[in-house]
Design a protein around this ligand. Structure first.
Ligand SMILES: Nc1ncnc2c1ncn2[C@@H]1O[C@H](COP(=O)(O)OP(=O)(O)OP(=O)(O)O)[C@@H](O)[C@H]1O
Ligand SMILES: [Mg+2]
Length: 548
């Protein structure tokens, strides 16, 4: 938290609490982020003496307990006092504001009735499985008093449904349950006002004006009352087309709120539901800050199919789960399709559709793909071409664009934060794979791009407009993982071949475009990989594929 608190303000408050000059000097340095060792060196005293001074300050501010977090608590107390003073109100323990607020609350929800504000939460009257996830969440949120729990996973994996069901199950443990979707990306200030008003007198809502004041107030309200706040669709406030987890401009207030809520002591819990993990979570993760990904659940999928009266054999299940990777939204749409268009016959559906990606799902996947940075997209294309787990070394070996190792790792990490790739350690090395539905989507998109680039090549009789044909080898050989050398790469080539054959057959026939492509490829023969990338070998592969 970087909000500056003026030194003279801290000094005044500290003096009121009986903090000595020496303690004050020490605490200023600690608030400035300096380590005890650094402070000790600067002040020429021992490490223990620094800790002792800080300990005295915490005592004077009535901050108890063991371990880290006390400095954050102190910072919060100071910030809160500062913002309240800025707002011209007195919320000190004996201040008028505090009494007024207590009176309002005792008339309102905090007294006997527990309250809920479900916002636009979806109906979960049909809910299957998830026993393990619900038990874990209950343990973390209710028993371990986690301050923040992130529910992460791909679109359609069941996060929202789980969050609502969980909130319903534990609502009686909380004074107030608040469920909000950030899908429409409300500005942090408006969002905070909306929540603060829930704690205020409706006749006279008393909401601080500036953003930091609002954050302080909400944190304070959540400290006073045990609340469960669920923020769904959190990815909407994160920035698209860049590495995952960074905030959109003007939305950093959400990060400040999260950091404050994770750092200070309270019994409320923020459940953050998102398909992208905000970057700060990795730093905050620990005893009070955890994250959970709903598991791929065959049980729920089976129930969804049964609900539609579909009976499915074990082998068919295997294929369905391999195809849709446990994406519940996809499986739900598939179940409806089988019911309505395949007379309820799962096998007929499987035989008729290599992979059925309904428009709604493919739009959803397109949205996810479009949110990625261009280098993440490049990497996703590589993994899709490989179509089997790919190692860091293989990626590095093939990628031509100038991506340093640290950039490559950052991009892989970002794809992980989007739940788009999975990292698996097979005992000898770490390999990366895309989620099944994503593989299919990315392959389709790649096939389409390559088709368009080949057509351009034929039209312009040159390679000026090529991009992916230069940057990506369509015949990447994978020595690791299932699939085997050559076998998988053919599928992308096949995809391109089918599309081109249909198109050429409909228009100018195969001969002329093949001659042009052959000529272009032979013109590239004396060119280096630095000049033309994989263009020549890709063209040769495509020509061979179309000819056979
Ligand atoms: N436990 C469950 N029982 C029954 N249906 C479920 C369950 N979990 C998910 N579903 C169904 O699967 C679909 C996708 O679930 P949900 O909307 O919760 O996913 P999500 O991860 O929140 O997706 P998004 O990231 O797009 O918001 C919904 O139609 C939902 O009804
Ligand atoms: Mg959702």
């Amino acid at each position: 938290m970087t909000t500056p608190i003026p030194q003279n303000f801290v000094q005044t408050i500290a003096k009121q609490r009986g903090v000595t000059d020496a303690e004050l000097e020490t605490v200023f340095m600690a608030l400035d982020g300096q380590s005890t060792a650094a402070i000790a060196t600067k002040l020429g005293i021992s490490d223990i003496a620094v800790r002792k001074r800080l300990g005295e300050v915490y005592k004077k501010f009535q901050i108890g307990g063991n371990g880290p977090g006390k400095l954050s608590e102190l910072r919060h107390q100071l910030l809160f006092s500062y913002h309240t003073e800025q707002e011209g109100r007195d919320f000190s323990p004996r201040g008028k504001g505090s009494l007024l607020k207590m009176a309002i609350l005792s008339e309102g929800f905090a007294n006997e009735h527990r309250q809920q504000d479900w916002g636009q939460a979806p109906d979960v009257s049909v809910f299957y499985g998830r026993t393990e996830e619900l038990t874990t969440l209950k343990q973390w949120v209710v028993s371990d008093n986690c301050r923040l729990v992130a529910l992460l996973g791909l679109a359609g994996s069941g996060k929202t449904t789980l969050s609502v069901q969980f909130a319903k199950q534990v609502q009686n443990e909380f004074d107030l349950v608040i469920w909000r979707s950030l899908r429409s990306a409300p500005a942090p200030s408006d969002f905070l006002t909306n929540l603060i008003e829930l704690f205020s007198n409706p006749q006279k809502p008393d909401v601080p004006i500036d953003l930091n004041g609002k954050i302080s107030r909400l944190v304070e309200d959540l400290r006073k009352h045990r609340c469960l706040v669920i923020l769904d669709d959190f990815e909407a406030v994160l920035r698209p087309e860049e590495l995952a987890g960074h905030y959109r401009e003007g939305y950093e207030g959400y990060r400040d709120l999260i950091v404050r809520l994770c750092e200070v002591n309270h019994n409320s819990c923020l459940v953050l539901v998102s398909s992208e993990e905000p970057t700060e979570l990795a730093l905050l993760a620990g005893e009070k800050v955890r994250s959970l990904k709903p598991a791929i659940s065959e049980e729920i999928a089976r129930e969804i199919f049964q609900e539609k009266g579909l009976s499915t054999q074990a082998q068919e299940w295997e294929i369905l789960l391999a195809r849709y990777g446990g994406n519940l939204l996809a499986l739900k749409i598939v179940a409806i399709t089988i019911h309505e268009f395949f007379e309820g016959n799962v096998l007929k559906f499987l035989e008729a559709t290599a992979l059925f990606v309904e428009e709604h799902i493919s739009n959803l996947l397109a949205q996810q793909f479009d949110r990625m940075s261009s280098s993440e997209q490049e990497i996703a294309y590589w993994i899709a071409i490989a179509q089997s787990p790919i190692s860091l070394a293989t990626l590095r070996e093939h990628i031509l664009v100038n991506l340093s190792l640290s950039d490559l790792l950052k991009n892989l990490d970002s794809l992980g934060r989007r739940s788009v790739i999975e990292k698996i350690n097979d005992g000898t090395e770490t390999v990366f794979m895309l989620q099944p539905l994503i593989v299919q989507y990315v392959s389709d998109r790649l096939g389409e791009q390559i088709r368009a680039e080949v057509l351009e090549t034929v039209k312009t009789q040159g390679i000026e407009r090529m991009r992916l044909l230069k940057t990506h080898s369509l015949s990447i050989s994978i020595t690791k993982g299932k699939g085997g050398k050559g076998e998988r790469s053919r599928s992308i080539l096949e995809l391109v071949k089918n599309r081109l054959q249909v198109l050429f057959a409909k228009t100018r026939g195969l001969e002329e475009p093949l001659n042009i492509l052959t000529k272009v490829a032979s013109d590239l023969e004396d060119k280096s990989i630095l000049e033309v990338g994989y263009a020549r070998e890709n063209l040769a592969q495509i020509i061979a594929e179309i000819q056979c």
